[in-house]
Write a protein that binds this ligand. Structure first.
Ligand SMILES: [Zn+2]
Length: 457
């Protein structure tokens, strides 16, 4: 597919450019810490990326970007192929120079012929204010983990690499510890006495360098990016629900989540994530996490919702919806009660955790619920994660926990029609397709206006 100008890209028809250099380095985990502001219609905060350089040796001359002499050709095809995407990147014009204003580094001109390694992330319409290296060496629990495993700690630099590598490699049986350590690391300070990392944005990417670092293997393994969404960003839709209340949600955008957070979009990029989202008290935050989050009050008067996934997935599968939704209740028991409840109180009370198939509910006896190793091999050949296919109880679970949320004007219909229908739908899906790959289902009635089938992209 050809496009004459980048501006002419029609996301509904054209393939999106894939700029992320996943051939050099992969994001293994994202930790998002975000605020949802309905006054300004901005989602802002930080995202921490945990990076894993690819095994192949990297040649310094192998630049991903960008020489002024090569920026003239705008007739670049938009392609999904990783190598071609790199070619595209070489020809892409620079449309914006460092939008951030708080970061001194961002005010320096971007050196197009730098020999330094460039991390390229797919994104658009984000306001990035700062990119910094996270000092994971200050996380005591993580250092302990490494010392227990008898890995030598040399210089700070070496140990931060080793620490993140070790963190990424924690086996799936200890996924909860891994998630917890990722979170602790994401809260660590930036590495002291170093300049913030250099960054640069063009229309479809965020590019990051560390001065003097020329290979992905020497590039920082944990980065924090401070940013905000733009009102013009196409990943989320700010609108009114059917009751007239404010809401925002990922509406299956043809640009995926690129205007929501910087990420890697080539198909090879699969990551786990955790997101802590602060929203006004009267709102409910629903996400495509594996857990059912229980909100906790934040010092700002907002509520904080904490979601995560343990299955590595494309960044485009990340979904969020924030609004004054109500949870539909089963009619015979508490219909009247359910109608009048506030969403916050509502979800507090409904804090049921994972189904019984999940590792943390098995404690030390969890081995007994696993298939034997030879059975596991028959089922799965993917990277190590706590896969439901390996747990007998999940395999036998015809109907998974499900909830329905709706604005109050549609609550009765949701309770009388949709909620009772779901067990039949889930059972039918199970009989045709087998094991439910996810532990739970939330259905949300959003305002009309989905522009596309989000997952189809
Ligand atoms: Zn599996």
């Amino acid at each position: 597919m050809e496009s004459n100008q980048q501006d002419d890209l029609e996301p509904n028809k054209d393939d999106l450019p894939l700029r992320a250099n996943t051939n050099h380095i992969l994001v293994r985990h994202y930790v998002l810490d975000l605020n949802v502001d309905f006054q300004t219609e901005v989602i802002g905060g930080s995202i921490v990326l945990f990076l894993d350089p690819c095994r192949e040796p990297y040649r310094t001359g192998e630049l991903d970007l960008v020489s002024p002499s090569q920026t003239g050709d705008l007739n670049s095809p938009y392609v999904h192929d990783g190598e071609k995407a790199r070619d595209f990147a070489i020809r892409a014009p620079e449309l914006m120079v460092s939008q951030g204003s708080q970061n001194d580094a961002s005010n320096m001109s971007w050196d197009d012929v730098s020999k330094d390694f460039t991390l390229i992330l797919d994104c658009c319409d984000l306001l990035v204010s700062k990119v910094e290296e996270v000092d994971v060496c200050t996380v005591t629990e993580l250092r302990n983990l490494l010392e227990v495993d008898q890995v030598a700690l040399d210089s700070t630099q070496v140990s931060s690499f080793g620490l993140v590598q070790r963190l990424i490699s924690i086996p799936s049986a200890r996924w909860r510890q891994q998630q917890d350590l990722y979170l602790q690391c994401s809260c660590a300070h930036a590495v002291g006495q170093t300049e913030p990392l250099l960054f640069h944005m063009d229309q479809w990417s965020l590019q990051i360098r560390k001065k003097g670092v020329q290979s992905p293997h020497a590039f920082p393994r944990a980065l924090r990016i401070w940013y905000k969404t733009k009102a013009t960003g196409g990943s989320v839709r700010w609108t009114k629900d059917q009751d007239g209340g404010c809401c925002v949600y990922t509406m299956g955008s043809p640009i995926n989540n690129r205007a929501l957070f910087p990420c890697q979009e080539p198909p090879v990029a699969m990551s786990t994530w955790r997101a802590r989202v602060k929203a006004p008290c009267e709102c409910m935050v629903l996400m495509s996490g594996e857990n059912q989050a229980v909100p906790v009050p934040d010092e700002t008067g907002f509520l904080q919702w904490d979601y995560y996934v343990t299955m590595p997935m494309p960044a485009s599968t990340f979904t969020i919806a924030v609004g004054k939704w109500q949870e539909a209740k089963s009619l015979p028991h508490n219909h009247e009660e359910g109608q009048s409840e506030e969403p916050c109180a509502n979800s507090d009370r409904r804090n049921f955790d994972y189904p019984g198939s999940w590792p943390e509910n098995r404690s030390s006896k969890n081995q007994s619920s696993h298939y034997k190793e030879e059975d596991e091999e028959k089922f799965c050949a993917h990277v190590d994660y706590p896969c439901r296919f390996m747990h007998k109880t999940s395999v036998a679970q015809v109907v998974i926990p499900r909830r329905v949320f709706a604005p109050s004007c549609h609550l009765h219909k949701a309770e009388s029609t949709l909620l009772p229908l779901l067990p039949f739908c889930l059972a039918a899906a199970h009989s045709v397709l087998g094991i439910h790959p996810f532990s739970r289902l939330d259905v949300l009635i959003v305002p009309p206006g989905f522009s596309s089938l989000g997952m189809a992209r």
